[in-house]
Design a protein around this ligand. Structure first.
Ligand SMILES: [Zn+2]
Length: 508
C-alpha cells in the first residue's frame, strides 16, 4: 500500500527547494539592489544559443530584450519553454532584436501568461516574426497530433503527448501587441529609458539596441551580431559609445571563410553541373539564406559569370519569406539598391527562377533533366521537401549537394557534411554518390575576429564591462580572452538567473 507520507514527502522537498531557490534569488536581488539602481539578468541564452530572454530593471520598470524558444532535446526544451521562471505580467515591454525563432518564438507564451505590454521591433522584424510564429503554431499542432495518435496506438508504451504551447489565435493576439519603429528613431519604451535600434546586419530587419538609462548611462545589446559584406543586408552599425554591452558569442571560438569567396565557389559549382547535366541540391533555411543564395545567383547571371539554368525554390514558406524581402527595401545595402532597386529590378525575380508552391509541381521537378539548381527546406535536411530531392539525387554521381548553413549534430545535413557514405531517408538506405560541397562563407553571425573588430569601434576606456550571452561556454570562454586581449576592461559570462547590478550614478 502507498503511504500518505511517501506521496507528501517528495512534494514537500520540491516545495522546500523552490522556496529556498526563490529565497536565495530574492536575497541576492536585495543585496544587489543595496548598492545599485539598475539590475540585469537573463532567463535564456546563457552558456547556450537558444531561448534568448534578457531583462533590465530600473525605476520600477522592467524591459525584456527578446523572447526566444529553447531548442534541442524535446522533453528538456518543452519543460523550459512551458514553465517560465518569472512572471510575464511584470514585464512592461519587450524589445525584439530580430525574428529568428530562438529570439521571438516564445512571445505568444508570454502573452498567454499575462504579458500585455508593447512589443517593439522594426517593421521587417515584425513581418518575419509573423511567418515564424504561425509556422511554429502549425508545427506544434501537427507534432502533438502525431504524438497523440502514436500514444493511442501503443498504450503500453506510456508515451508523453506534448500539448502545443500556443495556437494560431494566440499568434494573432501577439501580433496585435507589436509597435514597429525603424532603425535610428529614438523612442521611449517606458519611463526612465530611451531606446534606439541600430542595424545588426544579421537577417532582414535585425537590430541591436542602445538603451539610455536615467540621466545618460548607455547600455547596448548586440542581439545577434551579423557580418560585413553579407549579401542584401547593410553592415552592422556601431552604436553610441557605451558604458555596458551585452554581447552575443555564438562563434566566439571560430573563424569563417570570407563572405566574398561564397559567390566565387557557387559559380564554380554551377559551371560544373552545366558540363555534366547534374543537379545542384541546396538545403537552405527559408528565411535569409534562401534569399541570399537567390540574390547571389541573380548577380552572377547579370555579371555573365554563370549561364542561365533553371532554378527551383521549392518551399512554400520560402516563397512567403521572399515576398517579405521584396517589400523591405529599406533594409537593403547600397549594392542591392544600386544593382537592383534603383533600376527597378526585383533581386528575387528573373526569367529562369521558379517558385514552387504545390506538391504536384514539386514532384514534377524530379522528372526534369539537369542542369538545374534546387533550393529547398528544411535547412538541416531533417524534414520537408528537401528530403525528396535528396532521395531522388543522392545516388547520382553528377549531383552536387551544396551545404550553405550550420548543421546541428545528429541531423541528416550533418551526416552529409561528415562524409557518411550511406544514409537513411524515409526508412530506406541510399548510397551517397553525389558530391558534397560545403560553403561556410554565408554564416550570419560574426566570428571572433569580426566581433573584436566591431567592439574596437567603441571607446574602450568608457566601456566598463561586457556581459557575454548566446554561446556555448567553450565559445564564450575563448571570446572573453580575445576581448581582454584588445583592452576591454572587464568581461563576464552571464549565468542563468543571476542578478547583476549597475549603479547609474557611478556608471556615468
Ligand atoms: Zn539570429
Amino acid at each position: 500500500m502507498i503511504s500518505l507520507a511517501s506521496i507528501i514527502a517528495p512534494l514537500l522537498i520540491q516545495c522546500k527547494t523552490e522556496i529556498i531557490i526563490e529565497f536565495s534569488m530574492n536575497w541576492e536581488y536585495k543585496e544587489v539592489m543595496k548598492d545599485n539602481n539598475i539590475i540585469l539578468y537573463s532567463h535564456g541564452a546563457c552558456n547556450e544559443v537558444t531561448g534568448s530572454k534578457h531583462f533590465i530593471e530600473y525605476n520600477g520598470k522592467t524591459i525584456q530584450i527578446d523572447s526566444g524558444m529553447f531548442q534541442g532535446r524535446r522533453a528538456e526544451s518543452y519543460e523550459k519553454n512551458h514553465t517560465l521562471p518569472f512572471d510575464p505580467s511584470k514585464t512592461d515591454c519587450i524589445l525584439l532584436t530580430h525574428g529568428h525563432f530562438d529570439h521571438s518564438g516564445a512571445l505568444p507564451v508570454m502573452v498567454n501568461n499575462g504579458f500585455s505590454g508593447n512589443i517593439y521591433s522594426t517593421p521587417a522584424t515584425r513581418d518575419i516574426a509573423n511567418i515564424i510564429l504561425f509556422d511554429s503554431a502549425y508545427i506544434q499542432q501537427k507534432d502533438s497530433e502525431y504524438l497523440r495518435d502514436k500514444a493511442m496506438k501503443y498504450p503500453d508504451r506510456n508515451l508523453k503527448v506534448y500539448e502545443p504551447l500556443y495556437d494560431s489565435s494566440d499568434v494573432i493576439k501577439t501580433l496585435q501587441q507589436f509597435v514597429t519603429i525603424n532603425n535610428r528613431r529614438e523612442f521611449i519604451p517606458v519611463d526612465g529609458f530611451k531606446a534606439e535600434f541600430f542595424d545588426a546586419g544579421h537577417i532582414l530587419g535585425s537590430s541591436m539596441i542602445c538603451l539610455t538609462v536615467g540621466e545618460g548611462l548607455k547600455i547596448g545589446y548586440s542581439g545577434d551580431l551579423g557580418r560585413k559584406n553579407l549579401p542584401i543586408l547593410k553592415d552592422p552599425e556601431t552604436m553610441y559609445d557605451l558604458d555596458y554591452l551585452v554581447l552575443e558569442g555564438t562563434y566566439g571560438d571560430r573563424l569563417h571563410e570570407s563572405v566574398g569567396s561564397g559567390g566565387e565557389r557557387l559559380a564554380g559549382i554551377v559551371k560544373k553541373v552545366v558540363k555534366t547535366g547534374g543537379k545542384i541540391i541546396i538545403p537552405a533555411f527559408t528565411i535569409e539564406r534562401t534569399q541570399e543564395i537567390i540574390y547571389i545567383l541573380h548577380l552572377l547571371q547579370l555579371e555573365n559569370r554563370i549561364p542561365r539554368i533553371p532554378i527551383y525554390v521549392d518551399s512554400p514558406m520560402a516563397v512567403n519569406a521572399t515576398s517579405i524581402f521584396k517589400i523591405h527595401s529599406e533594409c537593403f545595402d547600397k549594392e542591392t539598391y544600386e544593382d537592383f532597386t534603383s533600376n527597378n529590378i526585383n533581386p528575387f525575380g528573373f526569367d529562369n527562377i521558379n517558385y514552387v508552391q504545390s506538391v504536384r509541381e514539386s514532384k514534377e521537378i524530379n522528372s526534369k533533366k539537369g542542369p538545374m539548381i534546387i533550393i529547398s527546406a528544411s535547412g538541416m535536411a531533417e524534414n520537408g521537401r528537401i528530403l525528396h530531392h535528396l532521395k531522388n539525387n543522392i545516388e547520382d554521381k553528377r549531383a552536387i549537394i551544396t551545404i550553405v548553413g550550420f548543421m546541428a549534430a545528429h541531423t541528416l545535413g550533418r551526416k552529409l557534411v561528415e562524409g557518411e557514405k550511406s544514409i537513411k531517408i524515409f526508412g530506406k538506405n541510399y548510397e551517397v554518390n553525389a558530391e558534397i560541397e560545403k560553403l561556410n562563407a554565408f554564416s550570419a553571425h560574426a566570428d571572433y575576429n569580426e566581433i573584436k573588430e566591431w567592439v574596437s569601434g567603441y571607446d574602450l576606456k568608457r566601456l566598463k564591462k561586457i556581459f557575454l550571452v548566446h554561446g556555448e561556454n567553450k565559445s564564450l570562454v575563448n571570446l572573453r580572452s580575445e576581448l581582454l586581449s584588445i583592452g576591454v576592461n572587464s568581461v563576464e559570462i552571464v549565468e542563468y538567473g543571476k542578478t547583476y547590478g549597475i549603479n547609474s550614478e557611478r556608471g556615468k
